[in-house]
Design a protein around this ligand. Structure first.
Ligand SMILES: O=P(O)(O)OC[C@H]1O[C@H](O)[C@H](O)[C@@H](O)[C@@H]1O
Length: 621
């Protein structure tokens, strides 16, 4: 069944090239598995000790590949799609620290070298790279390593201190800054013990393929460094780091957008006068939005909470998907009679809102709200989301004349799909994940929680100016929501280094069970120019996007061919587990789907031998 809706102009998206028959999807020629695409890791690379190390050591040829093995792989495993993520502080049971200062240094150096090659800048020519960070306790120490690595690669370093991820990208665009690249040190909503890196050039965030290349290079440097051999620049001089205040200029940039687009007839500079807005920054980086954007535009922000950065996140995780974050914000909105509540994640690349009536607008609801705004500005546009989105959302978008393209989980996948559709001539203005990552064509295809909120705030003011009642929440009143939605996490058993392989095996087994008709009633779901093949929602166009994780969406029909609900099954991006999202259209449907999966798939296939199914057991009881 096609899940792209083409309510008005069916020509914009290509039709499905495959059809499900009796629950079996016909295959197109298999696309290469990720590990087949990867460069073989056993290739011998000989690295000669560099000039800087010659004084200390004899010049030696080192067979890094032979040495790389487990040590090198510990660096490669830090790659999480387009980001680097790892454990930076002790405190997690069974997870040792792997994002060490040395790991960060070699990754930063490798990024600098990669950048020089990408921009074709000769050795010796200045490369200007900015760096920001969230308030995590490990940030200061790891930043020193980051600066050292960048300096080794010959980069000038501009330290922006506490910053947000979208601001880091904007430091490559805003005229006064105009850096060649930027790195944000954050692990987003993950526990305080983690940390990570996000990389940007003027073209946007790096692709997983680029980050893989950087981590591969870093792995070799890491092994060499551990052996006492200097590779790459090795200038040996302490980095020169310039402190810069980006956030004030960035806040002004956001204020200017709001002023310009509202163009308030009575008070242009204070368009938010008369509005009360509550912000919950979760002690992450989003507090600036309160005093440097909203208040300066005239809003009353009384009742805002958790604005002070605190790397231990003592109140709740900064995350619009976090139930506590949303309910505390709801309470504050209702207590202060606010017009809007805003919840940012740690590094502000995601957000959620609460309307004046206290309703949480996150997940599908946030996508619906953004779709309503964007479809008003760009009639007929395509909206790309991950395939965990509900069928109700598809109908909501279709009812406003839009097209809904469902794609793979992972914000980069969703954004890349949107960029690709635009390149193929399919106008696509909004790309959003159900996690709250959202990107707009008009905003550099950047996933940007602050910009989402800017759009919502502008809409709120425009609605009042137009005399419309009900606030922004009224824009999604007709969104149909599933009767139930449940997320279960199934831990992958055994050594973490085999988790990816095992996760793939489990997810693929699910697909095969359906294709071999061993799970009658279940049907694999596909959409638009993506179809179910290897790795779920494979592009059937000429330039398929690389598959970074395996996932499928399937629907269950009862014996009367009535739709019960759907599941989305995939490996987690961050942890050794399988995420099972279920949505049902009937009360009790999630339990019956889970029961069915337990008996006819998890136990029958033997997947339970390497995947812990206790969450499913608990749920069906
Ligand atoms: O795989 P999970 O642990 O559920 O995390 C999945 C999520 O990971 C990160 O937060 C990415 O930014 C998201 O794009 C993705 O959806």
């Amino acid at each position: 069944m096609a899940t792209v809706t083409t309510s008005s102009s069916p020509a914009t998206l290509r039709p499905c090239k495959q059809h499900a028959s009796r629950g079996v999807v016909q295959h197109r020629p298999p696309c290469p598995l990720p590990w087949r695409r990867r460069r073989p890791r056993t290739t011998t690379t000989r690295t000669r000790a560099t000039a800087s190390s010659r004084g200390r050591q004899p010049s030696v040829d080192v067979d890094l590949a032979a040495a790389a093995g487990e040590e090198g792989d510990s660096i490669r495993r830090l790659q999480n799609g387009p980001d680097v993520r790892g454990v930076a502080l002790e405190g997690e049971k069974g997870r040792p620290v792997d994002l060490t200062p040395l790991a960060v240094e070699v990754i930063a150096e490798s990024f600098g070298e990669w950048l020089r090659e990408e921009l074709q800048r000769p050795e010796g020519e200045e490369l200007r790279v900015s760096a920001g960070r969230d308030p995590r306790l490990s940030g200061a120490r790891l930043s020193a390593a980051l600066f050292a690595g960048l300096a080794r690669a010959g980069c000038s370093v501009f330290d922006m201190g506490l910053a947000t991820t979208p601001a880091c990208f904007m430091s490559t665009i805003l005229p006064r800054f105009n850096y060649d690249a930027s790195i944000m040190m954050t692990a987003s909503h993950l526990p305080y013990t983690r940390n990570g890196l996000k990389f940007f050039t003027k073209r946007g965030g790096l692709s997983p393929g680029d980050v893989e290349k950087i981590c591969d290079r870093a792995a070799r440097k890491y092994v060499a460094r551990k052996m006492g051999i200097s590779t790459g620049g090795g200038r040996g001089t302490p980095p020169v780091v310039m402190r810069v205040d980006l956030m004030s200029a960035y806040a002004q940039h956001l204020r200017d957008i709001i002023k310009r687009r509202v163009a308030h007839p009575a008070h242009y500079d204070t368009p938010l006068k008369g509005f009360s807005v509550v912000v919950n920054a979760g002690n992450g980086c989003g507090g600036f939005f309160t005093w440097d954007v909203l208040e300066k535009l005239g809003a009353d922000t009384t009742g805002s909470l958790n604005l002070e950065p605190d790397g231990r996140f003592p109140n709740h995780m900064p995350n619009p998907e976090d139930a506590t974050a949303m309910s505390l914000t709801r309470d504050a909105v209702l207590a202060h009679g606010a017009d809007l509540g805003i919840v940012f994640d740690t590094d502000v690349d995601r957000s959620g809102v609460v309307d004046a009536a206290g309703a949480a607008i996150n997940g599908d609801r946030l996508i619906a709200l953004m779709s309503a705004i964007v479809l008003d500005e760009h009639p007929g546009t395509t909206v790309v989301t991950d395939a965990r989105a509900s069928e109700g959302l598809t109908r909501f978008i279709a009812a406003r004349g839009g097209h809904h393209c469902l794609y793979r989980v992972g914000y980069r996948n969703v954004i890349d799909k949107g960029a690709q559709l635009n390149d193929d001539g399919v106008e696509t203005h909004l790309m959003m994940e159900t996690t709250g990552h959202g990107a707009l064509k008009e905003n550099y295809f950047l996933d940007d929680g602050a910009y989402m909120v800017v759009k919502i705030v502008i809409e709120m003011v425009r609605m009042r100016l137009a005399g419309l009642e009900g606030g922004v929440g009224s824009l999604i009143r007709d969104l149909e929501e599933p009767a139930e939605s449940v997320l279960l996490r199934l831990n992958i058993l055994g050594e973490p280094k085999y988790a990816k392989q095992r996760g793939t095996a489990a997810v693929e087994a699910f697909k095969e069970y359906i294709q071999e008709d061993k799970l009658s009633g279940w049907v694999l779901d596909d959409c638009g120019d993506c179809s179910v093949g290897e790795g779920c929602l494979v592009d059937t166009n000429d330039h398929p996007i690389d598959i970074d994780a395996y996932m499928y969406r399937a629907k269950l029909y009862d014996e009367n061919k009535r739709s019960v609900g759907m599941v989305h099954i995939r490996q987690s991006v961050h942890n050794p587990n399988i995420a099972l999202n279920m949505q049902s259209y009937v009360p009790g449907g999630c339990k019956s789907m889970a029961r069915d999966l337990r008996e006819r798939f998890l136990l029958a296939s033997g997947v339970n031998e390497f995947v812990d199914i206790s969450e499913v057991e608990k749920f069906v009881k």
